[in-house]
Design a binder for this molecule. Structure first.
Ligand code: GRF
Length: 194
């Protein structure tokens, strides 16, 4: 697919650690004429993250940053972000908690997506926990990022009803599908108030 370059698009970086289905979806969204973002950079803390292939296929600059020494890693990333003139960061399955020092550089401009109705079920294994608790509903949330795990002001949320036939795998799939609609919507919502 050809990359549209719009002069008014917000230069965006996506941070991943794994599969990258949200990254793939955000790339697709960024190609739309009316999309307010262009994805200029992908950062992964995992060399083997499958999602890196979407960056490569779309010729988006991608960097693998080792977080063994988090301070150094963040410093490196900040340098790249500034060089690439990045204005918005979208975390998409990025399994690292960024420090307050890092975040202060991107206040109001760093978002995350989480597969639950926050503030319920922060952290890992959300679908398993939701099913074990016999919840009637679950969903996904896009929120601003703070240095506390899955906290920060909520931008948008999508609620879905849990089916009696839902397994962890089925629920994950249905919610991922909703995530792919919600992340672009949330980006559109906040970028109108930039
Ligand atoms: C998604 O469920 C997202 O909400 C969570 O991690 C998962 C990442 O999936 N933060 P993918 O790598 O985008 O496919």
């Amino acid at each position: 697919m050809k990359k549209l370059i719009g002069p008014n698009k917000n230069r965006t970086a996506v941070f991943i650690s794994g599969t990258g289905s949200n990254l793939k979806n955000l790339i697709k969204f960024s190609y739309k004429k009316k999309s307010p973002i262009s994805i200029e950079l992908v950062i992964s803390n995992k060399r083997k993250a499958k999602g890196l292939n979407f960056a490569k296929k779309n010729k988006i600059e991608n960097k693998i940053i080792n977080f063994k020494k988090p301070k150094n890693a963040e410093k490196k990333i900040l340098h790249i972000l500034s060089k690439k003139k990045i204005k918005l960061i979208c975390l998409a399955g990025f399994m690292i908690i960024l420090s307050r020092n890092f975040l202060k550089n991107f206040r109001g401009k760093i978002l995350n997506i989480h597969p639950s109705l926050l503030p319920k079920y922060k952290g890992l294994n959300t679908h398993k926990k939701v099913l074990a608790r016999n919840e009637k509903f679950s969903g996904c949330t896009v929120h601003y990022v703070t240095s506390k795990l899955d906290s920060g002001k909520i931008i948008l949320q999508k609620k879905i009803r849990i089916k009696s036939t839902d397994t962890e795998k089925k629920l994950k799939k249905r919610i991922l599908n909703e995530e792919h609609k919600l992340y672009p919507k949330a980006i559109n919502k906040i970028l109108t108030s930039f």
